[in-house]
Every structure is written in structure tokens, then in C-alpha cells.
Design a protein around this ligand. Structure first.
Ligand code: FAD
Length: 381
């Protein structure tokens, strides 16, 4: 097995018995979650990291950069998504969960990693004598075994005094060449995913991958504000841009139409029916009329779905979000409730946070802020 294709470790093997209540639980171990966990563990907190990648196809946005190296992530000179995931795992392993004695008192510190898809988070009353700085504990229910047809869901419950939500979001993909009847996202978009995250393929971030297509032909598959913002970003890299709305109304104002026409940016509104590819290279797209449009890179934006389904309104989570469902946080990384007040003990970091750049360095920064805020909460005085 090559280093790039090595799977994310399910969980660490050398664990000391974990505490019954963790100081900090982190959901997701992308750049934001890993940094939150390391920052909190570095302040002598016991940290549980729950990551869905070990039990599901949900592996984080960074993982999608299958063969394209990140060139702008801190410290790493150039690294693909799968290798970054492994590097983050190794980094967390250096803070392995253990017992330390401070001021004559022995306590758990460090990181315990578990493979699990978090399904539900609720607030519970702490048992007598259990320190709960937010006034409650977080009960985290996760599915901890890969789901196979015909098998029962295996769930486990974990308790923590504070929670960092770092589960990012899923990009929404256009329905081109979909496998009808498939019930999982990854099966439905099998053909599209063959080309995603490769140099000549689907890209989701012009800031990240625009540099791969210097002076080449960039196709933008989107409409409205999404298309406009990719096309604006794309001009830094090339003068050859085509917008394909895939049957949708382009939704551009007259002023925007005039600007696109001035820059010779063609807007094609025909539906896209199929990919034209070779191996893992995407070469072009076939349109409903039979016309074929060839390009060197394909940038798509159909919006996103925030990975926070486990914070359900029915369980009392009434949180402030932006139009896309991303969480609003204050300067400490604390999640803000619909009433505008920070929710005690609940923090968020990375792509799941509203109004931030969806990039690795930003995720690390937000992760550090949330991890330290969660750690600070444990102090008695
Ligand atoms: C193709 C591609 C190329 C990119 N290129 C660049 C680049 O060149 N430079 C750059 O700076 N950025 C790039 N990005 C963006 C970058 O990957 C993200 O901004 C970054 O990964 C965000 O980090 P995060 O930790 O917030 O979220 P993620 O990396 O998405 O991690 C979230 C984690 O949470 C886990 N998770 C989700 N739901 C659950 C759940 N219910 N229970 C448990 N775990 C869960 C996921 O499995 C995942 O591991 C790229 C993104 C893509 C898709």
C-alpha cells in the first residue's frame, strides 16, 4: 500500500483506560479538529477526538485533494489530502492519552482517538461530584462500526465537559452521470468522483487550485453568485473562461452580463449530460444538444451542506447560522445561539464556521482558538 492510499487509523492502540468524562470532545479530525485537540491536550486536558473517516466515506474536504498537492498549507512543503490526513493523525498521536500527577493529584491528559460518526449530541445533568463548568455535560452518541447492509447500527456514548464542532461541510455536487437508485452520495456520484481532486478534473476552490491552470481553459459549472465569484477569481490565472449553468438560469444582472461579454466569457445554459474523460483525467463535458465543451480544469460550486446534523433542534440546539447553515461563533470560537448569546461549553472551528475563508491555514487558526477556549473553561479559578 502506498503512503498516499494508507487508510486513516481507526483508533489508537496503546490507549490507557480513558476517563469516564473527557474535558474536551472534538468532532472531526481535519486541520481544525486536530489543531483543537492538540491545543487542548497541550494545556493538560483530556481530549476525545471522534472522526467519521474510519467508519464511513465522510473523510473531510482536505482528503478530496487526491493527487493534487496543497501548496499553501502551513509547514507542509507540498502534500496531498490523504497524506495530510495521515500527518495529522501522527501529530495527534504525539499527545497520546496518559496519566500525569500535578500538585499531588493524578489526572488524565492527552488525546484519545475514536473512529465514529457522531449521530446525536445532547446536554445531560452531571452526576453528583462531577465537575461541569458549563453547568451540564455533553452526551455524544456515535456510530462506531462501518455500516454494512444487513448489520445493526453499533453506537457508543461518550461524555465531555466541553465540545468543539470541527466537522466541516460536504460540497454539493451536480447531478451529471449519476447512478440512479444508489442511496449513498459516493455511489450516486461515482463517475464524477473519479475526476474530483485530480489535476485535470473537478475542483471546488479557485483559490486552492486556480494555479494549476495558468493560462489554460477553465470551465466554471455554476450559476448566479457562485459562478460570478469563481469567474472573478479565475481571472488571476487565465483569460480563457467558460461558464456552464447546467440548465439553470444564469441569474446574472445586466451589469454582470455586460462584464462577462466584455471579457469574452461565454455563458452556456444547456444541461450537461455526461463526462468526457480518460482514466482519471476529465477532458470535457457533453451537453444535451450533443455539443462537447473541452477544458483543462472544471470548477464547480453548488453550495454546501454543513456537517452538524447531530445538533438537532429537537434536542434543544437552537443555534445562529448563516444562509448556508454554517455556525456563527464569537471571538473565543464559542457557538452563538439563535438568541445571540454564546452557548456554554460549545465551540466550533474550521470550515463549519460562518464568514471565514474555507482554507487549511484558517482551519488551523480557528482550531487553535476553539481548542484553547475549551481548555480554559476547565480552570477552577
Ligand atoms: C479538492 C479540494 C482542494 C483543496 N485545496 C486546498 C488548498 O490547496 N489549500 C487550502 O488551504 N485549502 C484547500 N482546500 C480546503 C481545505 O481542505 C478545507 O478548508 C479544510 O480541510 C477545512 O478543514 P476542517 O478541519 O474545517 O474540515 P475538514 O477537513 O472537512 O474535516 C472535517 C472532519 O470531520 C469529519 N466529520 C464530519 N462529520 C462527522 C461526524 N458526524 N462525526 C464525526 N466526524 C465527522 C470528517 O470526516 C472530516 O475528517 C481544498 C478542499 C478541497 C475539497
Amino acid at each position: 500500500m502506498t503512503e498516499a492510499s494508507a487508510p486513516i487509523e481507526a483508533q489508537q492502540e496503546d490507549t490507557l483506560t480513558p476517563p469516564s468524562v473527557f474535558d474536551v470532545a472534538v468532532i472531526g479530525s481535519g486541520p481544525a479538529g486536530s489543531q483543537s485537540a492538540v491545543s487542548a491536550a497541550h494545556q493538560t486536558r483530556s481530549v476525545l477526538v471522534i472522526e467519521a473517516g474510519a467508519v464511513s466515506q465522510r473523510k473531510g474536504r482536505a482528503f478530496w485533494s487526491k493527487s493534487v498537492e496543497f501548496q499553501d498549507a502551513p509547514v507542509f512543503p507540498g502534500i496531498t489530502g490523504p497524506r495530510l490526513a495521515n500527518a495529522l493523525t501522527a501529530w495527534m498521536s504525539a499527545q497520546v492519552g496518559r496519566m500525569v500527577t500535578i500538585g499531588g493529584k493524578s489526572r488524565h491528559v492527552g488525546i484519545w482517538r475514536r473512529g465514529g460518526m457522531v449521530l446525536r449530541v445532547t446536554r445531560v445533568k452531571p452526576a453528583e461530584g462531577v465537575h461541569a463548568p458549563a453547568g451540564h455535560l455533553f452526551a455524544i452518541e456515535a456510530s462506531t462500526r462501518p455500516l454494512k447492509a444487513g448489520t445493526k447500527l453499533t453506537t457508543e456514548r461518550f461524555l465531555a465537559r466541553s465540545l468543539v464542532v470541527a466537522s466541516g461541510f460536504e460540497d454539493i455536487w451536480p447531478d451529471i452521470d449519476i447512478t440512479e437508485g444508489a442511496d449513498r452520495l459516493y455511489q450516486t456520484h461515482r463517475i464524477l468522483f473519479r475526476y474530483a481532486g485530480n489535476r485535470k478534473g473537478w475542483h471546488v476552490c479557485i483559490r486552492c487550485d486556480g494555479h494549476l491552470h495558468l493560462d489554460e481553459h477553465i470551465a466554471v459549472v455554476a450559476s448566479g453568485d457562485f459562478a460570478w465569484s469563481i469567474a472573478r477569481g479565475a481571472q488571476d490565472f487565465t483569460g480563457h473562461i467558460t461558464i456552464l449553468t447546467n440548465g439553470a438560469d444564469p441569474d446574472f444582472s445586466d451589469a454582470r452580463r455586460a462584464t462577462l461579454a466584455e471579457r469574452n466569457i461565454e455563458v452556456i445554459t444547456e444541461p450537461i449530460t455526461a463526462h468526457i474523460g480518460k482514466g482519471t483525467d476529465l477532458l470535457g463535458l457533453k451537453l444535451s444538444s450533443g455539443r462537447e465543451v473541452f477544458a483543462d480544469g472544471f470548477f464547480v460550486d453548488y453550495g454546501l451542506k454543513a456537517n452538524r446534523e447531530y445538533l438537532a433542534t429537537d434536542d434543544g440546539w437552537d443555534l445562529k447560522t448563516d444562509d448556508e447553515g454554517l455556525l456563527v461563533v464569537d471571538e473565543d470560537g464559542a457557538v452563538v445561539g439563535a438568541d445571540g448569546i454564546a452557548v456554554p461549553g460549545l465551540f466550533a472551528a474550521g470550515d463549519i464556521v460562518a464568514g471565514q475563508r474555507n482554507l487549511i491555514a484558517t482551519a488551523f487558526g480557528l482550531g487553535q482558538n476553539a481548542g484553547l477556549s475549551a481548555a480554559d473553561l476547565m480552570r477552577d479559578w
